[in-house]
Design a protein around this ligand. Sequence first.
Ligand SMILES: Cc1cc2nc3c(=O)[nH]c(=O)nc-3n(C[C@H](O)[C@H](O)[C@H](O)COP(=O)(O)O)c2cc1C
Length: 337
Amino acid sequence: MCLFNSKLSKIDYTNLHKPLQIANRTFPVNIIQGPLAGYSSAAFRLLTWQYSKPAFSYSEMISANALAKNSRKTRERFLTKDPNEGPVCFQLVGNSAKELAEAAKIITDFGADMIDLNCGCSVPKIHGNGAGSSLLLDRPKLYKLLCALRQSTPLPLLVKIRVAIDSDQTNIEIAKVIADAGVDCLVVHGRNWKEQYSTPCRLDAIKFFVEQMKIPVIGNGDVCCLESLKKLLETGSAGVMIARAGVGQPWLIGKLIAEMEQKPFTIPLPEEVGKIYIAHVTHLAKLLNSEKIAVLQARKLARPYAKCIKHRKEFCNAINSCDNLLDFQKLCNDYFW
Ligand SMILES: Cc1cc2nc3c(=O)[nH]c(=O)nc-3n(C[C@H](O)[C@H](O)[C@H](O)COP(=O)(O)O)c2cc1C
C-alpha cells in the first residue's frame, strides 16, 4: 500500500533522473527492480524489462550451498536469463565463504552482470542459519564472506542490507566492513531485521549510509509512486530499488521514469494487463517445466494483476481453484476483456 499521495505536483523531478555508475558499468537510469523470492524469475524480469527498462533487475535469492553442491534443480530454476531481458544482478544467500566463492564462480561463468550478497533476509530459515540479516550481527564473518566473493569474481559486487537494530555505531561498523572488503555498491532497505512492513522505512538511516560510504548507495523501501520515489532520492541515494510494487505492474518503473522526465506514459488497459499476466504464467510454465507449478504461482499473482478489473475478488477466487493453463487463460479472457 502506497503511503504517499501519487498526485503530480509542480516540483521539477527531472533532476532526480540520473545515470547510475557501479564499478565499470553505467546505467542510463537509476531505478532498479529488486529481488523477490518466489517472484523475480526470468519471466517476471523479462516483462519488467519490456515494459520499464530499469537500470537492472535482481534475481530471486539463490542458495550458495545448493549451487556449490551443483544442485540441478537450483541451476534449472535460478540460473536462467532470457536473451531479451536487460542486465541482471544475481543474488546469493549463504553462510560459508567456500560455498559463496564457488557459487560466485558458477554465476560468473553463467553470464551474470553483477553479483549481490543477501544480508537482509530475516526469515527464520535464513537468519537462524547464520545467513541473510544475521551477517550484520557478526561483522568479522561478514568481512570474510565478502572478501571470498570479491576474490572469486571480477563482476561488480553488491551487498543488500537492512539497517542496524541498535545504534549508528553499528551502522558505521557495517559500512566500514563493506568498504574494506571492496564492495562496489550498497543497497540499503531502511528497516532493521526485526521490523515488519507495518513499520515505515527509515529514510534517515538510508541517508546515514549515503553519507558514510564512498561507493554508490541504493535506497530501498516503500517506493510505489513518484512522491515516494522523490522522498527516497532526497536522501542522496544514487539510485532507488523498487521491490513489491513492481509485482503485477511491470510498467511501474517505466511510468516513474517517464514522470521524472515529464514525458507522457499510458498505463496498459485491462486487456493488455490480461495479456501480460498470461505471458508471465506461460513463460513460468516453460521455465519451471511444469504447468502445475506455474498455475500455482499464478494464484499469488492474481491479486496484483487483477487490480484493474471490476470483479477482482471473484476472479481471484476462480484462479485459486484453477489447476491448468488452458482454464487459466480462459478465466483471464473472461475477466480482463
Ligand atoms: C515476497 C518477498 C520476497 C523477498 N525476497 C527477497 C530476496 O530474495 N532477497 C532480498 O534481498 N530481499 C527480498 N525481499 C525484500 C525486498 O527486496 C525489499 O527489500 C523489501 O520488500 C522492501 O522494498 P519494497 O518496499 O520496495 O518492497 C523480499 C520481500 C518480499 C515481500
